[in-house]
Design a protein around this ligand. Structure first.
Ligand code: NDP
Ligand code: GDR
Length: 319
């Protein structure tokens, strides 16, 4: 039986990845940080199947202790301050957790379990002000937020630990992926939740920022499968993962409101300048042909399926 340690198990991806690895017969440990409230909501249904170890990416000794305890064959580093908007208000914390935190983990693994295979959650936000379209593994980075530059730091740290110490570390450069478990501050969930509230008469409007930005959106449940595949190759390699289709926020609104029979959503959407960022990533679109070819990765859910799933789930949740 293989053993995996997931940092960020309480997040969107962590919960889906834990389910996937349990299905594959893994012993799963999850690193959880201390909270004054309950941060185990997304994994509450798994608590009798996974083992929780307490620690924080900012505290290297807690990572060493966790790795010594779990002796993982595979480590999935999903923990991060992952919200781009908040990274502008908390740039130092974001850099410390999302950037230096990853380095703490690589160093802890090097010192205690150098042969563990490591997945690093890199991001399409590293492409930022894109130098070419679509983006591949070779596209240069130009991050546009503290979150973006923290992820670039972690990405290059991963590459250097691979090259300097021969460690098996892969970075998945994942484009946006969403689900009914997405945090409510992200635009897709904000819209699916807002549309559900409007449908149920609980709210009259959704307040948003820039509606012209375009993203390559997929389903998180599909994307966690590729994280596992990346760690099963003969040689470690970084991969771009996305659907290869881009849609604007306006198109997401079209599809989400269509689910409740509204074709003209303009009366329900207000622009609030508070949600406009100091710098924007205008358009992202992935060329994931390398992953499709080498990892045989085929996502099940398309953009329409995703929007439908999220709106339906929020209507059920609020009903
Ligand atoms: P979430 O924000 O849903 O989850 C983040 C996780 O990190 C949570 O479990 C959170 O714990 C944990 N965490 C935050 N700070 C710390 C810390 N200091 N120490 C330990 N754990 C911490 O993110 P997602 O699941 O959406 O994303 C997973 C990873 O993939 C992240 O690294 C993200 O940046 C990256 N990524 C995500 C993409 C996406 O579209 N979803 C695309 C590309 C990359 P708590 O529950 O206590 O807050
Ligand atoms: P993103 O996701 O920044 O791409 O990062 P988010 O959903 O926050 O924003 C996507 C786009 O929507 C625009 N937008 C708004 N965004 C939010 N959150 N709220 C709004 O009201 C709003 N109005 C318009 C944004 O300006 C942006 O252009 C996500 C995170 O999961 C990262 O961790 C991950 O690395 C990247 O995806 C890939």
């Amino acid at each position: 039986m293989k053993t995996a340690l997931i940092t960020g198990i309480t997040g969107q991806d962590g919960s889906y990845l834990a389910e996937h690895l349990l299905t594959l017969g893994y012993k799963v440990y999850g690193l959880v940080r201390r909270s004054s409230g309950n941060n185990l909501g997304r994994v509450s249904h798994l608590l009798d199947k996974v083992e929780i170890v307490y620690g924080d990416l900012q505290d290297m000794s807690s990572l060493i202790t966790a790795i010594e305890k779990c002796k993982p064959d595979e480590i999935y580093n999903l923990a991060a301050q992952s919200f781009v908007g908040s990274s502008f208000t908390m740039p130092v914390l974001t850099s410390s957790v999302t950037g230096l935190g990853a380095l703490n983990l690589f160093e802890a693994a090097r010192l205690t379990k150098k042969d563990a295979r490591i997945y690093q959650a890199s991001s399409s936000e590293m492409f930022g002000k894109v130098r070419e379209t679509p983006q591949t593994e070779m596209t240069p980075f130009h991050p546009r937020s503290p979150y973006g530059f923290a992820k670039v730091f972690a990405h290059f740290a991963a590459m250097n630990y691979r090259e300097s110490y021969g460690m098996y570390i892969c970075s998945g450069i994942l484009f946006n992926h969403e689900s009914p478990r997405r945090g409510e501050e992200f635009v897709t969930r904000k819209i699916s939740m807002g549309v559900a509230k409007i449908k149920l008469g609980l709210s009259k409007e959704i307040q948003l920022g820039n509606l012209d930005a375009k993203r390559d959106w997929g389903f998180a449940g599909d994307y966690v499968k590729v994280m596992h595949l990346m760690l099963q190759q003969n040689e470690p390699e970084d991969f771009v993962i996305g659907m290869g289709q881009t849609h604007s926020i306006k198109e997401f609104l079209d599809a989400a409101f269509a689910e409740i029979g509204i074709t003209d959503w303009a009366p329900y959407v207000k622009i609030n300048p508070d949600f406009i960022r100091p710098a924007e990533v205008d358009i992202l679109i992935a060329d994931a042909s390398n992953a499709r070819k080498k990892l045989n990765w085929v996502p099940e859910f398309n953009f329409g399926d995703l929007v439908r799933m999220m709106v339906k789930s929020d209507i059920e949740l609020l009903s």
